[in-house]
Design a protein around this ligand. Structure first.
Ligand SMILES: [Zn+2]
Length: 123
């Protein structure tokens, strides 16, 4: 499963990051996923429970922030947000847009951890 390998690599990255905080438990991990990243958000959340089992991330929550597709429209001279991923035309002037500015992201946005003495800390 494609999503499981994505989630596994996120778990690895977060595990390395929190290794600097002994005894810390991960509470929440936020991901930024572009609408064109071709991942199924429900599958990511489903795989999260499996991939985090037995790690410092066990019991944590995965929050997926889906980013809309943004293209640069030459006739309009600015970046426009597309309403869907079916049509790559500017919603303002109707011209085809080919210059992708946002939509393929797949990255960790933030990690929230719970330390032994301190209540919360944002990395
Ligand atoms: Zn336009």
């Amino acid at each position: 499963m494609h999503e499981l390998s994505i989630v596994s690599s996120v778990v690895d990255t977060v595990t390395e990051t929190v290794a600097a905080y002994p005894g810390a438990r991960v509470k929440e991990v936020r991901l930024r996923v572009g609408a064109l990243a071709s991942v199924v958000v429900d599958s990511l959340e489903f795989c999260w429970g499996i991939a985090t089992e037995g790690t410092a991330l066990e019991g944590s929550r995965l929050v997926v922030n889906v980013l809309p597709v943004v293209m640069h429209c030459v006739p309009c001279g600015k970046d426009v947000e597309l309403e869907g991923v079916q049509s790559f035309r500017c919603p303002k002037c109707g011209e085809p847009c080919l210059d992708l500015r946002q939509g393929r992201e797949l990255e960790i946005d933030s990690i929230e951890i719970d330390e032994m003495d301190e209540a919360e800390e944002k990395i």
